[in-house]
Structures are given as structure tokens and as C-alpha cells.
Design a protein. Structure first.
Length: 448
């Protein structure tokens, strides 16, 4: 069995030039007899624009055909429109292509011989913008060049920086701790490490694979990070409809950056003391949430996540969450934050503050001004294969079967798509739908 027998998109990756890929795909499409009329009825226009218009018409015709083979061919035709000079063209295609590569049934020896994963790395580099303004060649030619001369497009190895760290709680600016805060003694004058950002290209690659509908949001979140430097982001609100994966996106970002995430539930916050802490004079005083996060994870730059920030109470009688946040969102004030419970001046300037919201309308203007608001759209039906595969992968990990991820048949995807559409494309509901379909399949298999 050849690679072309498994999926035309993977066969396309073996082509050495764009014109070779086009000729190969025209032949495959004609052989498949998918009802394509455009191949013979209309010639391809001249130049890039003419080619793109022709490709778009063929893809539309294939998608309308609604067969398994036509769906596979549609993905392959989309690959012809990807241009390394325009990284955005890769966003909707590459996650699906990566999924097909991960799931293809090929012996490991054949995988190594064809160098498919090495070729895929070049495609991801193009998606990351590594060839903008430097390479006129197509991604097919670039991938082949990297096979002939491995490593030519790799960045030079970074010098491993010395372990970075800061003193969050200097003794000279701290009062004697109360007995119930004795656990904070280890922080006094301690040089706490700062987690450094590594392999940002792979972080972006993995997030795009898991959240193909949120490509713009992912790029906006990652743009401030620098390879080899301590990880820190300006305050961000991820804004989007309920159930579209905002909170999980923050957790996955933390996982990939190896940054722990401290979650605070804004929806259940009726005052500001839960986040901002309570005064030292109280019988049971509580340090602020950022201070608790630093203490819990023993690093200076954890992520502090406020979920559903807009649902917090705005009653100012006991102080609101929104007011408590203000002192932490400016690095200048966060670097000299006086924690009332500890009676200590803390440098919390490296803590990253992220919030999620379905709407920012209830938030006061002074809070909105301090956050960068990034919109996370709802998933699309076209993202279903990748998102369903993510659900199955998570289910396998939870079951301790990381090496065994069940695949979904096309008829199962059609059932899931119909049910998911009725939920308004909620990721929370998608998880339940996918699990239900798999459990139904397993039950049927046991009966027979």
C-alpha cells in the first residue's frame, strides 16, 4: 500500500514542486470520478490569483459532492493555495493535515523512508512566517529542499540562559509573619525562579492544532513572548461565547509553557477579599490571590486566571473583585504591592493576569482600559474533525491509554455534527456528544 492509497493530502506532501503537485492531483481527482466538472470545463487562469480562483471553485465542487473521497481531495486541493509569503493561508489547512498524518496507518519504516514528519515540520515553519520575504519557492519545494539538506531552515541553537529569578518578598520590607502565615517564611529573601519561554514555534503549532478556529487569538496572546526570556504577558481578557474553550485555552497555554495556572472563580465572587486578601488584623487573614499563587507554585511568574470576570458582584460595600484587581494590573504598582495580610511589600510584577468573559459590558471603564481584550470566536463545523480528535485524545489520556486513540468514522462525524450544531457549537457539549457516540459504538460491538 502506498501513501497515495491512504490519503491524497499526504501523497501531495511528497511532491517536489507546485506544478508537480497540481498535475498529480488533477490525475487523482479525475481517477476518483467525484463528479468534478471544472477540471475540463474551465481552464485555470494565469498567475496566482487565477490559480486561487480555480482552486476555490474545485474545492467548492468537491465539498458539495459529500463523499469521503471528495472530502479527502478537497483538503489536498486546499494545500495548493498555501503560500509561504502569506502564513495566514496555512491556518485552516495545517491542523487537519497534521491530524491526517498522525492517524495514517503506515508502518514506522515507511514513515521514516518517506520523511513525512520532516516535511511536515517545514510546512509548520511556513505557517509560523519563517519564509516571509526570504523565500520565493513554494512550500513543496521548501520541504523537498529540507529533505535534501536537513536542518538548513532551522534557527541557530539558542544559548541556554542562566536561571533567572527575583526576590518576591524581601525581608527588609516585611513585618514579622503571623503564625497562620508561617508557610510564607520560605519566601522571605528567597530568589524565586522565573519560568523561561522555550520552543514557542511548537507551542503555537500545538495550540493551532487543538484550537484551529482561534488562530488570530492565539497569535495575539503569543506575540509578547520571546524565546529564551522569562514568560510574561500583559493583562488579557479572552472574550467569547460560553463553552468555546477560553478557560481550557489558558490552561493548555500554561501546560505548553510549563507555567502553572492559578484559577480564581469570578462568577462566585461577591466581594474583593477573596482575590485581594484580608487585613492582618482579622482573626483569619488571607493573603492576596497572586501572593497565594506564587507561594503555591514556588515561582515568580505563575498565571493568575479569573474565570467569568464579568459575573462578579459589583456591590462596593465589602469591596469588589474589580477594584481588587486594579492594583495588580499595572506592573509599576504590582512590583510594590503591599499585601495587607502578610504586611509585606511584594514584587508581583511577573505574575501574568488573564481573565475570561462572555461580555465586557458590565466591567467598569478603568478595568477595561487595563486589559487587552482578545476575541475568541466560536468553533466552526469545519473544525469538527480536529476538535473531535482532541476529545478522543484527552479521553485516552484519562484512561491511561495514550498510545491508543480511537478514530471516528465519517458516518459518526455526521451524527456528531448534526447534534453539535443544535448546541450552538459549544465545546463543553461536544465532549459529551463524542463520548456518547463512542459509548454507543462500544455497546453495539459488545452485542455482536
Amino acid at each position: 500500500m502506498t501513501i497515495a492509497d491512504l490519503h491524497p493530502a499526504l501523497g501531495m506532501m511528497l511532491c517536489k514542486r507546485w506544478d508537480e503537485a497540481l498535475a498529480w492531483l488533477v490525475e487523482r481527482t479525475s481517477e476518483a470520478k467525484c463528479g468534478i466538472t471544472l477540471l475540463k470545463a474551465q481552464p485555470m487562469g494565469t498567475g496566482k490569483e487565477g490559480a486561487r480562483a480555480f482552486i476555490a471553485r474545485v474545492v467548492e465542487d468537491l465539498v458539495a459532492n459529500k463523499t469521503i473521497v471528495s472530502r479527502q481531495l478537497a483538503l489536498a486541493w486546499r494545500m495548493l493555495s498555501l503560500d509561504p509569503s502569506y502564513p495566514d493561508t496555512f491556518r485552516t489547512v495545517l491542523p487537519q493535515l497534521q491530524l491526517e498524518l498522525n492517524q495514517c496507518d503506515l508502518h514506522e519504516d515507511i514513515r521514516r523512508e518517506l520523511r513525512l514528519h520532516d516535511r511536515m515540520d517545514t510546512w509548520w515553519q511556513a505557517a509560523a512566517g519563517n519564509f516571509v520575504g526570504t523565500e520565493p519557492r513554494s512550500v513543496f519545494a521548501l520541504a523537498e529542499a529540507n529533505i535534501v539538506n536537513p536542518g538548513q531552515f532551522e534557527d541557530p541553537p539558542l544559548h541556554e540562559p542562566e536561571a533567572a529569578g527575583i526576590v518576591v518578598m524581601p525581608k527588609a520590607k516585611s513585618a514579622k509573619l503571623k503564625e497562620d502565615h508561617s508557610s510564607f517564611e520560605d519566601m522571605i529573601d528567597a530568589n524565586l525562579p522565573l519560568v523561561v519561554a522555550h520552543d514557542l514555534a511548537n507551542v503555537r503549532r500545538m495550540l493551532l492544532l487543538e484550537y484551529p478556529y482561534a488562530a488570530t487569538a492565539i497569535d495575539l496572546v503569543l506575540r509578547e513572548l520571546r524565546e529564551g526570556e522569562p514568560a510574561h504577558l500583559k493583562p488579557i481578557i479572552l472574550l467569547g461565547p460560553p463553552g468555546n474553550g477560553k478557560s481550557r485555552l489558558v490552561r493548555r497555554l500554561g501546560d505548553l509553557l510549563q507555567l502553572p495556572v492559578y484559577r480564581f472563580d469570578g462568577g462566585s465572587s461577591c466581594d474583593g477579599v477573596g482575590f485581594g486578601g484580608t487585613p492582618r488584623g482579622w482573626s483569619e487573614s488571607t493573603p492576596s490571590a497572586p501572593a497565594r499563587a506564587v507561594k503555591q507554585f514556588a515561582i515568580a511568574n505563575p498565571v493568575c486566571l479569573v474565570d467569568e470576570i464579568e459575573k462578579a458582584s459589583s456591590n462596593p460595600r465589602s469591596g469588589s473583585l474589580w477594584s481588587a484587581l486594579l492594583a495588580h494590573l499595572e506592573r509599576e504598582t504590582a512590583a510594590r504591592f503591599r499585601d495587607a495580610a502578610l504586611d509585606a511589600e511584594l514584587d508581583l510584577s511577573w505574575v501574568t493576569h488573564v481573565a475570561t468573559a462572555n461580555s465586557v459590558d458590565p466591567l467598569p471603564a478603568e478595568l477595561r482600559d487595563r486589559y487587552c481584550i482578545i476575541r475568541v470566536p466560536a468553533p466552526r463545523l469545519a473544525d469538527l474533525p480536529a476538535l473531535a480528535a482532541n476529545v478522543l485524545r484527552e479521553r485516552a489520556v484519562e484512561a491511561g491509554e495514550e498510545g491508543f486513540v480511537q478514530a471516528l468514522a465519517n458516518d459518526e462525524l455526521d451524527v456528531i455534527a448534526a447534534a453539535w450544531k443544535q448546541t450552538g457549537f459549544s465545546l463543553r457539549k461536544l465532549q459529551k456528544i463524542v463520548v456518547s457516540v463512542i459509548e454507543t459504538r462500544d455497546a453495539m460491538a459488545m452485542r455482536h
